[in-house]
Design a protein around this ligand. Structure first.
Ligand SMILES: *[C@@H]1O[C@H](CO)[C@@H](O)[C@H](O)[C@H]1NC(C)=O
Ligand SMILES: *[C@@H]1O[C@H](CO)[C@@H](O)[C@H](O)[C@H]1NC(C)=O
Length: 210
């Protein structure tokens, strides 16, 4: 009798745990990640330095056998896109929102479990912009994919790693006055850089609540 009651309670617990959908882990306040990116067959590696504590985020993008693009974002909405080669290109953008908040995945819709890159993952989607895969065992992100088809695979995830301050200094040519005719965005297709689309950041980032 007592044991069947215990068993009934156990079933109840299992059922209520199953009914409650898991939620994605908040991003650590500071981490470094190496990301492998496939955008419709164009491959790149991104060195991602997320640093919420200091209000900054850095994507260092190495295109396959190509150039390196530095995409430096500040929480005041200013972003710099530059190269460090002899071309000395730099453009900047002023967005309405700052960098992604650690809890930017709050409110994502749970879709269940799927094995990706060999890891069993919980899967969520948010506003039909992003599909996010997190390892069931470690809660680390494994993979995410944008509505554009840009596909990100997380190769390393070092919680607490911080890039030295001097590396966050945009080069001097980012601050030189430009010819008024130059559309800063024409130098780099802003949408094609970084691990997040700017419009996605606009929707998910900053103060906007979803
Ligand atoms: C990149 O993604 C495309 C689909 O967009 C796929 O056909 C291709 O196999 C992928 N390549 C690599 C190296 O992951
Ligand atoms: C935002 O912060 C960066 C880094 O301190 C600075 O270079 C930039 O001018 C600031 N932008 C605005 C709009 O204040």
């Amino acid at each position: 009798m007592a044991s069947s009651l215990t068993y009934a309670l156990f079933l109840l617990l299992v059922a209520s745990a199953a009914a409650e959908s898991p939620t994605p882990a908040a991003w650590p306040l500071q981490f470094h990640s190496l990301l492998y990116v496939n955008y419709s067959g164009s491959l790149s590696m991104i060195d991602l330095w997320y640093d919420w504590t200091n209000g900054r985020n850095f994507n260092i993008v190495q295109d396959q056998l190509g150039s390196i693009l530095y995409d430096l974002e500040w929480n005041n909405g200013t972003s710099f896109f530059y190269s460090l080669d002899s071309a000395k290109k730099c453009s900047s953008a002023q967005l309405e929102v700052g960098i992604l908040r650690p809890n930017w995945l709050d409110g994502a819709e749970y879709l269940g479990q799927e094995t990706v890159d060999g890891f069993l993952c919980n899967v969520w989607q948010k506003v039909q912009f992003i599909w996010y895969y997190e390892d069931v065992v470690t809660n680390r992100p494994v993979h995410w994919e944008f509505y554009t088809g840009r596909s990100i695979h997380v190769m390393t995830f070092d919680v607490g790693a911080v890039l030295e301050d001097e590396k966050w200094q945009a080069p001097v040519y980012c601050f030189e006055k430009k010819d008024a005719q130059t559309d800063p965005r024409s130098e780099y297709k802003v949408v094609d850089v970084g691990f997040l689309e700017p419009q996605l950041k606009g929707i998910l980032g900053g103060t906007m609540q979803l």
